[in-house]
Design a protein around this ligand. Sequence first.
Ligand SMILES: [Cu+2]
Length: 123
Amino acid sequence: MRRIIAAAMGAGMAMAANGAAARAHAFLNHASPAVGSTVPAAPPVLSLSFTQELEPAFSSLTVTDQSGRRVDVGNPQIAAGHPADLQVRLNPLPPGTYLVSWHVVAVDTHPTEGNFTFQVAGR
Ligand SMILES: [Cu+2]
């Protein structure tokens, strides 16, 4: 029994030592268009910046309109020279509200996901 407790404490200490890595999960740092923002015109590219470098093969995002239709062109890419940034090109967006959904895997192998909306203003 004592040995089991010691092993559990060892695991706990290993996890505590891993705290720095756990904090380095890839959370969304900022986005363009910004989270919850209203932009006068849609940009040609949506860009997400995360708090940690991403595994490109397991990181993706979609942008959909209010009817749930995809408005990104697909195949999101890690930005050249910015391994924590994920970008996707957008089709021309009419005024409306758009949902960005992302799920990524950081280089520490931890998956995270989230979503937010932005608005393209009417003219
Ligand atoms: Cu992590």
